[in-house]
Design a protein around this ligand. Structure first.
Ligand SMILES: Cc1cc2nc3c(=O)[nH]c(=O)nc-3n(C[C@H](O)[C@H](O)[C@H](O)COP(=O)(O)OP(=O)(O)OC[C@H]3O[C@@H](n4cnc5c(N)ncnc54)[C@H](O)[C@@H]3O)c2cc1C
Length: 469
């Protein structure tokens, strides 16, 4: 029988008072009973608008139906037709602006908790499902992937499944991209990402770490090494700053550096030797997921006061609603309609405060959001000893600078069509490197499209049906 409750089954989670001092996962996941009960809220409606809301078009009502029937492995098989990282997406996708926003149960009450169900199914499969991987027959063609974030990993997996000899080149010492260096353990445990990477390796994908393409090897050199196509999934990891006085003081971080030290370099572990400034009063500038992650990490590293400083109002915060709620529950203080104008030094050039102005919202700007305007004579100082800038990132210019014939936008994004094809023959690109900072699911979708296009191009070059050189 359908469950007509207007509310989602609540997600069990760690008590905020306890979790603010640890890095263990906050959301604990549905039990089988909760998942089945939630699945019964899906009306399996005719129009299935939720599928339209999903960038990789998962057959959502079908997988939910399987959950309602307690066929959890069947549900997993349906999801994996469209998504290669369901345990990741079930945890970090902004479902409230995608599939769940379209769910007709949301018209009167809360939508079906599609993300929580996706996570349940992926976790159930990881614990109980069949994980043996059948290595596909090799077709003799080599493809290189640059960058091991969700775009690169998805592209690599799809090509490996088709029999390509795939090598991923990653600049950092661990693969995973933002999933490993940016998103903290308490939102996305490393073990989940590691499992996905292990299954790619089992498919035959080779991963070479500490390989900064553009420094160690160039794209031309990769071509000379016999790679017939190259996918660039290098993300958008170059931090932006505001250009205000005091940004070079000791105690100012970019969110990327701070999060990399905490997550990838494991500063969160008690016995870690990674240098990190465990400040007591921290201001994080920005209002996206990156800002929330940095603020919540700072709290867990022992800060007494952590502020989010954001120039618009709560309605415009770009972070996922759940992350904002979790940050508030843990005690992060939101200074909204507030803009920094200067970071103040102490006598040793350490941060001693952040001078801000109050803002009000004016007419909408080109993004459609109301433009924040500074109020006159509204300056005030927030007493902090550390400032973390989380105001956005751009693609690193290294690949562009070292690759002939690769066109980019003014702001650095690689120009590519919807299949990932760039201006340089044989070179494809996707994910944040093309769009600028976006989402995991969009990066995955781009990796998937590019894998299909690369396969098609290589097939065309050789025979119609077989891929023998
Ligand atoms: C802190 C944080 C929190 C986020 N939270 C969310 C969230 O909750 N939900 C969501 O959907 N999205 C979130 N995002 C955005 C999301 O993570 C990104 O959109 C996504 O990871 C982009 O994937 P990608 O594969 O394009 O790039 P990335 O994940 O950035 O991976 C790129 C990889 O390429 C490597 N690389 C770069 N240059 C080179 C080179 N020259 N040679 C070799 N390797 C190179 C990098 O080291 C990196 O490993 C968050 C981002 C951050 C930073």
């Amino acid at each position: 029988m359908a469950n007509m409750s207007l509310k989602k089954n609540e997600m069990p989670s760690q008590d905020p008072k306890i979790r603010k001092d640890n890095f263990l996962e906050v959301a604990l996941g549905y039990s089988e009973e909760q998942a089945v009960d939630e699945a019964k809220r899906c009306l399996n409606c005719k129009t299935k608008p939720c599928i339209e809301g999903c960038p990789v078009r998962i057959y959502i009502p079908e997988f939910i139906q399987k959950v309602a029937e307690r066929d959890f492995e069947g549900a997993y098989q349906i999801i994996s037709v469209s998504s290669s990282l369901p345990a990741v997406c079930g945890r970090v996708c902004p479902q409230e602006t995608q599939c769940e926003q379209k769910c007709i149960r949301g018209k009167k009450g809360e939508p079906v908790a599609i993300g929580r169900l996706e996570r349940f199914v992926a976790d159930w499969h990881n614990q109980h499902g069949k994980t043996e991987v059948v290595k596909p027959k090799q077709n003799g063609h080599k493809v290189a992937i640059i960058g091991s974030g969700p775009a690169g990993l998805t592209c690599a997996g799809d090509l490996a499944k088709k029999g390509y000899d795939v090598t991923v080149f990653e600049a950092l010492h661990e693969p995973g991209g933002v999933l490993v260096y940016g998103i903290p353990e308490f939102r996305l445990p490393n073990a989940i990402v590691q499992k996905e990477i292990d299954s790619l390796k089992a498919l035959g994908v080779k991963i070479e770490t500490n390989m900064v393409i553009g420094k160690v090897l160039s794209i031309d050199e990769l071509m000379d090494m016999g790679f017939e196509a190259i996918f660039i999934g290098t993300g958008a990891g170059l931090p932006r700053f505001m250009g205000i006085p005091g940004e070079n003081l000791k105690g100012v971080y970019s969110a990327n550096e701070f999060l990399t030290r905490v997550n990838l370099m494991k500063a969160y572990q008690k016995d870690s030797t990674t240098p990190i400034y465990r400040a007591k009063k921290v201001a994080v500038v920005g209002g996206g997921n990156v800002a929330m992650d940095a603020a919540r990490c700072a709290l867990r590293l022992g800060a007494d006061k952590v502020y989010i400083v954001y120039r618009r109002s709560e309605a415009e915060l770009p972070a996922r609603v759940e992350e904002v709620e979790h940050a508030k529950e843990e005690g992060v203080i939101f200074k909204l309609l507030t803009n920094p104008v200067e970071i103040l030094p102490d006598e040793n050039n350490f941060v001693a405060g952040i001078k801000c102005v109050e803002m009000e919202l004016g007419e909408p700007d080109s993004s459609g959001r109301r433009r924040p305007v500074a109020k006159e004579n509204s300056e005030f100082i927030i007493d902090v000893d550390c400032v973390i800038m989380a105001i956005g990132t751009s693609p690193n210019p290294l690949i562009k600078a070292t690759t002939k014939g690769l066109e980019t936008e003014k702001w650095g994004g690689i120009i590519a069509d919807e299949t990932g094809k760039t201006s340089r023959p044989g070179v494809y690109a996707g994910g944040d490197a093309v769009t600028g900072a976006a989402t995991v699911i969009l990066a995955m979708g781009a990796g998937k499209n590019a894998a299909a296009a690369i396969d098609e191009e290589i097939k065309k070059k050789y025979s119609k049906n077989q891929l023998i050189k």
